[in-house]
Design a protein around this ligand. Sequence first.
Ligand SMILES: C[S@@+](CC[C@H](N)C(=O)[O-])C[C@H]1O[C@@H](n2cnc3c(N)ncnc32)[C@H](O)[C@@H]1O
Length: 413
Amino acid sequence: MSVDTANGEDLHTAMVDQLVADHAEKGLVMRPEVEAALRSVPRHLFTPDAALAEAYRADQAVVTKRIGDEAVSSVSAPWLIAEMLGQAADAVDGGLAGRHVLEIGSGGYNAALLRELVGPSGSVTTVDIDREVTDRATACLTAAGYDDVVVVCADAEQPVNPGRRYDLIIVTVGAWDIPPAWTAQLAENGTLVVPLRTFGMTRSWAMRRTGDRLVSHSQRLCGFVSMQGAGAHEVRYVDVADGVHLRLDEDQQVDRHAVGELLAQPQTQAWAGVSLPPRTVLADLDLWLASRITDAGQQFVVLTAQQEAVDAGVVAPAWRFGTPAALDNAAFCYRSTLRWDDDDMFDLGACAHGPDAASATGRMVGQMRAWLDSGSPSPVLHVLPADTPDGDLPAGTVLDKRHSRFVLTLTPA
Ligand SMILES: C[S@@+](CC[C@H](N)C(=O)[O-])C[C@H]1O[C@@H](n2cnc3c(N)ncnc32)[C@H](O)[C@@H]1O
């Protein structure tokens, strides 16, 4: 089908077919109710300013508001919405029908999908901090016939409807912490799905509430526009060489000149000596490295680079948009590009610069082998209140946030 001649219905069908195929390729199964909702809701009614072909791209968000160069609101990418709805439906015992849902971050489209999923006996409330966004979402929902979604304009850092409990809270904006209001608004055993930054890397976590704690049920790789308002938490990029940056959390400090001096020293490369099939997902490895580097008392940072710096050989990161790296006084070490063999299998590697580069790369490839030898475990995230004493924390790598203590557990499979 040519995009030029296709009508909206054809494009809609093709988008959902593509989403189902993408799930299968990632080893996921799209739940029939999620597929039915995706087939029911015409996405172009929520992106009236975009061309039909843009509205029905499976892989792209449609940006609806920018401030300067920064996108602050969008109708999220369908692949991501589909995965997060699947996470929600998997985590909510008994499925989504009849459930009461709070969506944080409004574009209209996801709220309409949720409305389809919860059915007539359920309810959907969506909240956004930006009046322009809520007005737009209300207009689009009405135009698409979803006039019983409650749209609220407020900062979701605070309770939206004090005293009310939801079976599911689905956050569609990038968060750094879990404010107490989110746990408090969840029913016991309720589910929170949230794109959360841990160790500088964002994953969509589906978590279930037990008392004042949340424990993760699943996680997926994702990216989102950042939270605004009282829960905003700045990400900083520090230049360490031409076109090479470290992505840091607000409270992380590095001496950029010292890192620059390490990077100016010759590069050492080591290989894990493993043979992995294409499509092996390495997102869990990156969280494993973050936890092992932190537990070893080194500083964990995320390396990003411009294509020009990669082409010039300044750095060779696994993924230039965010690669795990370890930093100390004697070496700067990061996960490097994969090495492919003639049988289409790949090896994992590490690159380092500095006087201790050889042992740093040896340590990192050792950590990679340890992850594989442990059965490539997926992390489980525990979220506890900020005043939880150390003795009450589960075993794992602790990450203290403003309102919560996070513990990442990677138990060998
Ligand atoms: C990616 S968009 C939401 C997409 C939407 N759920 C959809 O249907 O595609 C993220 C939204 O989160 C909103 N947002 C950011 N910080 C917020 C906060 N503290 N409380 C409520 N909404 C917030 C932004 O205004 C933005 O419109």
